[in-house]
Design a protein around this ligand. Structure first.
Ligand code: HEC
Ligand code: HEC
Ligand code: HEC
Ligand code: HEC
Length: 204
């Protein structure tokens, strides 16, 4: 009797896990380009990573042509007086497709791609990030002290990602997970229902 119950529980748990797997992960997500006509390999990872002959000096075996960072102007100030960062680090990997200056199919050394990001998913334009949440800025320690921002441990416990060692930095991947690990709409790291994502960092 007890054994039967355990088996039923095990089956039920298995079913729940299968249910979660369908929504989580990169397969079938906005970043699964395996069925696009411009990706003839039919692979998922290849548009961004390659096991061999990746771009020299770039992180995570990068395989996609990068955006030109030198054209970005660093001319904005946030409400708190911090000067915007010129995009750097892993945010540049995102902007390679998302700022609309480099074709989606410019990967694996190809530079003749013709498919670009749609207007609804474009972030920045190769010159400015005006109108977007700050990225490549420090997780300002003075604002933690003054109580404007929650401390890093609380923010990360609430699900976001602060890059590097203290004070740490905000990048696209602070709020998003490129591989859809959490299975949350817009590839978010944690749900923004009732603005929970915003309040992970901002003490409002
Ligand atoms: C649309 C582009 C894209 C695709 C497709 C993609 N990745 Fe990534 N991956 C990234 C970016 C960008 C980073 C760096 C993220 C960061 O640090 O913010 C990364 C980081 C990684 C890392 C190191 C850090 C981590 O997050 O674990 C591994 C491992 C990785 N990817 C594996 C894979 C594999 C395996 C696949 C295919 C199943 C894949 N990725 C598909 C863009 C992509
Ligand atoms: C991962 C932490 C984090 C998350 C999540 C986050 N923010 Fe921020 N936010 C920051 C940091 C850091 C700054 C820059 C502070 C400074 O000026 O030094 C900032 C700045 C701002 C500013 C001032 C921008 C300006 O140009 O003056 C606003 C407004 C803002 N955030 C709103 C939001 C909203 C709305 C959300 C949710 C959609 C959000 N933030 C999510 C960390 C975060
Ligand atoms: C290889 C090009 C490429 C790279 C690199 C890339 N993206 Fe995307 N991303 C796209 C395309 C194309 C779409 C729109 C797909 C569609 O039409 O559904 C998209 C969609 C998205 C969406 C919207 C998802 C949705 O469900 O609507 C988010 C958020 C996003 N990307 C964030 C990122 C972040 C953050 C990074 C870096 C960590 C990144 N992307 C790197 C090409 C890319
Ligand atoms: C502070 C958190 C935060 C940061 C940093 C951030 N995003 Fe987002 N992003 C969001 C939220 C929240 C949404 C969902 C907005 C909605 O559903 O209305 C979103 C939506 C998107 C979308 C879907 C299209 C849209 O406008 O709704 C794309 C694409 C995207 N982000 C890409 C990026 C890229 C690329 C970066 C870095 C250059 C980035 N994001 C940095 C919070 C962030």
């Amino acid at each position: 009797m007890k054994k039967t119950l355990i088996i039923i529980l095990a089956l039920a748990t298995g079913l729940i896990m299968v249910g979660q797997a369908a929504a989580q992960g990169i397969s079938g997500s906005a970043h699964d380009f395996s069925t696009e006509t411009w990706n003839t390999s039919g692979e998922i990872c290849i548009t961004c990573h390659t096991p061999h002959n990746a771009m020299a000096g770039k992180p995570v075996l990068w395989n996609h042509t990068l955006t030109d960072n030198s054209t970005y102007v660093n001319n904005l100030q946030t409400a708190f007086g911090t000067t915007w960062g010129t995009p750097d680090g892993p945010s540049l990997l995102c902007l390679s497709c998302h700022d609309g200056t480099v074709a989606l199919d410019n990967f694996g050394g190809t530079t003749s791609g013709t498919n670009f990001i749609g207007a609804g998913e474009q972030v920045g334009d190769g010159t400015t990030l005006d109108g977007n949440h700050p990225i490549s800025v420090d997780y300002n320690a003075a604002l933690v002290t003054s109580g404007e921002l929650n401390d890093i441990t609380s923010a990360e416990t609430a699900g976001v990602n602060i890059y590097g060692s203290a004070p740490g930095r905000i990048q696209c991947g602070s709020c998003h997970d490129v591989h859809n690990s959490a299975g949350i709409t817009k590839l978010l790291r944690t749900s923004n229902a009732a603005s929970a994502l915003c309040m992970a960092c901002h003490n409002k």
